[in-house]
Design a protein around this ligand. Structure first.
Ligand code: UDP
Ligand code: MG
Length: 320
């Protein structure tokens, strides 16, 4: 299972989805940084079903530079699975995951490597500032990290993305967690090991637009929460219990009124209001339970996490 192609020190994993405007520049900056380490490295681009010229550009880079490799996924599997595919195929003693759009400055890798050499197994990049992102994105991101910290069963560091360096030990341990709707940075926190962070300023996207529209962001947030917390279901139980207790008390009041007084009014409006309110709550609770059941269903199908169409630049190419 272990594919130790070449004994290189560093593997840089770069997921790319419709990034034709940036890959060349990403390659140039990464190459500069990695060359400056003076140690062997590989740059693995994972093409996540791009519909533009990304694949052709990366194929060209592979031809020019033997340190560049391509994993071409059979379709768009999403950012988290793309980085998983990259990590699964990395052979370095340290694996670095970085976004393709240069929002994560490649130069920070040098600081990460320094920490790794001090003996840390996971060195994550902590964003102290985010440039060039909309207020909405910054606000929702902040809210999400705070919410997750509040309810997750694992301590996920704040304002930390997937930009990080992980040791081979951690990379191998991650393969033992085959879950589907993955929140990779959470899984890495769960693994433990010696973790630390380096701070950096998140730059603007070099070119093109975000590949994380609101729909993907919501799915991502849901995956994060459901992967690391039962709290939403518990909250549903508590709310349900409180509401049934209150309803029961009111039921007794109504029965007493009906039997012993003449004050019961034919209140159509209040009945409709109460009905709508409780039906709404019940649907939300069913939705919460559904989110978990859907994920159980996904797991039970036991499909592979991703499918590789082609690998370029790897020693064992012909076997895949
Ligand atoms: N990405 C991917 N698959 C997707 C969406 C995004 O591989 O379905 C990659 C994308 O090419 C980039 C990284 O994931 O390298 C982060 O995406 P993006 O910069 O668009 O997200 P944002 O920074 O806006 O959150
Ligand atoms: Mg980005």
């Amino acid at each position: 299972m272990q594919e130790n192609n070449t004994a290189c020190s560093y593997s840089v994993v770069v997921p790319v989805y419709n990034e034709e405007l940036v890959v060349n520049e990403t390659y140039r900056r990464l190459k500069n940084v990695m060359e400056s380490t003076g140690e062997p490295y590989e740059i693995i681009f994972v093409n996540d079903g791009s519909r533009d010229g990304t694949r052709e550009i990366v194929t060209g880079l592979c031809r020019q530079d033997k340190n560049v490799k391509l994993i071409d996924l059979s379709r768009n599997f999403g950012h988290q699975l793309a980085i998983t595919a990259g990590m699964d195929n990395a052979s370095g003693q340290a694996v670095i995951v970085i976004d393709a759009d240069l929002q994560d400055p490649p130069e920070v890798i040098i600081d990460m490597i320094k920490k790794w050499k001090e003996g840390y197994d996971v060195v994550y990049g902590k964003r102290i500032k985010r440039k060039g992102e909309t207020f909405f994105k910054r606000f929702t991101a902040k809210l999400f990290y705070r919410l997750l910290k509040g309810i997750a069963d694992v301590d996920v560091p704040q304002d930390v993305g997937d930009f990080r360096l992980i040791d081979r030990k951690v990379c191998d341990a991650l393969k033992l967690l085959p879950e589907r709707n993955r929140y990779v940075r959470g899984l890495i926190s769960w693994l433990g090991f010696r973790q630390t962070g380096v701070e950096f300023v998140r730059d603007e996207r070099f070119a093109g637009e975000s590949k994380y529209p609101l729909k993907k962001m919501i799915k991502f947030a849901m995956d994060a929460i459901t992967s690391f917390s039962y709290r939403p279901v518990k909250i549903a139980t508590y709310v349900g219990t409180v509401i049934s207790a209150a309803s029961f008390i009111y039921l007794i009041v109504v029965v007493i009124q009906k039997l012993f007084t003449r004050t019961t009014v034919p209140g159509w409006a209040s009945i409709v209001a109460i009905n709508l309110f409780f039906n709404g709550i019940i649907l939300i609770m069913l939705g919460i339970i559904g989110e978990y059941i859907g994920r159980i269903y996904d797991e039970s199908k036991r499909r592979p996490l991703y499918i590789i169409r082609e690998k370029i630049g790897f020693k064992d190419e012909e076997n895949d």
